[in-house]
Design a protein around this ligand. Structure first.
Ligand code: NCD
Length: 356
């Protein structure tokens, strides 16, 4: 059985297949209107969402299937102290596929190990958000026509922005990609991602000025400062207005640069930019529905595929408070060898190094 925990679970050929299916859905929606007849999608949202949950639901309805689920932890048995493992074991009895959002990093991987049906990560803490990446990829493809030879600027909260992490992973596998990470020092892209880019020899720079980076960008991916992930409200107040994209700041951008944003927006893109032809964020939300349709079709069609087993060790303890291992009872802490040369291990749930 296949799950989608991060974009790296999909090969480039599989991503091409999803894009192809999504384009066909856009052209011939009636062909797919009964593809999931009699099937049920459960949306288990332990954290707020508008686009992701509703686009999953719309996607399943447009495939002729049905939807059940909850949209906040307080209305589920989590409020009574139920573990993620038990919740998904139970929901597997009622649904054919599960999309899950959870505040703890790695919670969907715990679910995938326990459930008898495919699990889709719809966002796990500040970690990953692979279906947003699918929306981003379709938007890039429809706007620019290729995933290769692009300079991509990520701007804002690159530390906690899970959509950034998943899109960096996805794009780092294409030829001729360069990343420009634009953030305040406190919100730099996580170390594990930088180390992965170093290992793969992918070029990237880290800068603080959006204006200076602008002229070379083919894509500008703006993000919200993720208030809910800050442990220090003063720090949030200090950083919240770090970057605001205005019409003026676009004067030296490429004519055909694509401006993406996973939404919701707070104030990091001024509303006047919406009328600029380079703005793609609302079509990005629509593309998310098509890619989720393609993904549901793929996962339901591949129920019996067994997953590749990765080798893990359990000689350490994960001390990351944001990791699912910090609260879920009795899950084995497991680590994979991330960098052989440097002997670096990382938690399979949250990607952080164990403290020795
Ligand atoms: C993003 C998320 O939930 O990570 N939203 C989304 O799914 N489109 C981005 C965000 O919340 O800032």
């Amino acid at each position: 059985m296949m799950n989608l925990i991060d974009t790296m679970d999909l090969s480039l050929t599989e991503i091409d297949g999803l894009v192809e299916t999504a384009l066909d859905i856009i052209k011939n929606p009636e062909k797919y209107a009964e593809s999931c007849k009699g099937k049920k999608l459960a949306t288990l949202f332990f954290e707020p969402s508008t686009r992701t949950r509703l686009s999953f639901e719309a996607a399943m309805y447009e495939l002729g299937g049905n939807v059940l689920g909850f949209s906040e932890a307080s209305s589920s048995s989590t409020a009574k102290g139920e573990s993620v493992s038990d919740t998904v074991k139970v929901v597997s009895c009622y649904a054919d596929i599960i999309a899950m959002r959870h505040p703890k990093e790695g919670a969907p991987l715990v679910a995938a190990k326990k459930a008898d049906v495919p699990i889709i990560n719809a966002g796990d803490g500040g970690h990953y958000h692979p279906t947003q990446t699918l929306a981003d990829l379709l938007t890039i493809y429809r706007r620019i026509g290729t995933f290769e030879n692009l300079t991509i600027g990520f701007c804002g909260d690159l530390k906690y922005g899970r959509t950034v992490h998943s899109l960096v992973n996805a794009m780092s596998r294409y030829k001729g990609i360069k990343f420009v990470f634009i953030s305040p020092e406190e919100l730099r892209v996580p170390r594990h991602l930088r180390e992965d880019l170093d290992i793969s020899g992918i070029s990237y720079e880290e800068v603080t000025s959006l204006e200076n980076a602008m002229p070379e960008l083919d894509i500008l991916y703006m993000t919200r400062i993720q208030r809910e992930r800050f442990s220090d409200e003063d720090q949030y107040q200090r950083l919240k207005d770090s970057y605001i994209l205005t019409v003026d700041k676009l004067h030296n951008a490429k004519e055909d640069m694509a401006i993406l944003h996973p939404l919701p927006r707070v104030n990091e893109i001024s509303v006047a930019v919406d009328d600029d032809k380079r703005a793609c964020y609302f079509e990005q939300a629509l593309n998310g529905k098509y890619m989720r349709m393609a993904l549901i079709l793929k996962l339901l069609g591949e129920k019996d595929k067994t997953e590749e087993k990765i080798e893990t060790v359990s000689d350490f303890v994960c001390r990351n408070k944001r990791c699912i291992t910090s609260c879920e009872q009795e899950i084995k802490h497991e680590f994979r060898l991330a960098d052989k040369a440097k002997n670096i291990y990382r938690c399979i749930y949250c990607d952080k190094e164990p403290k020795k």
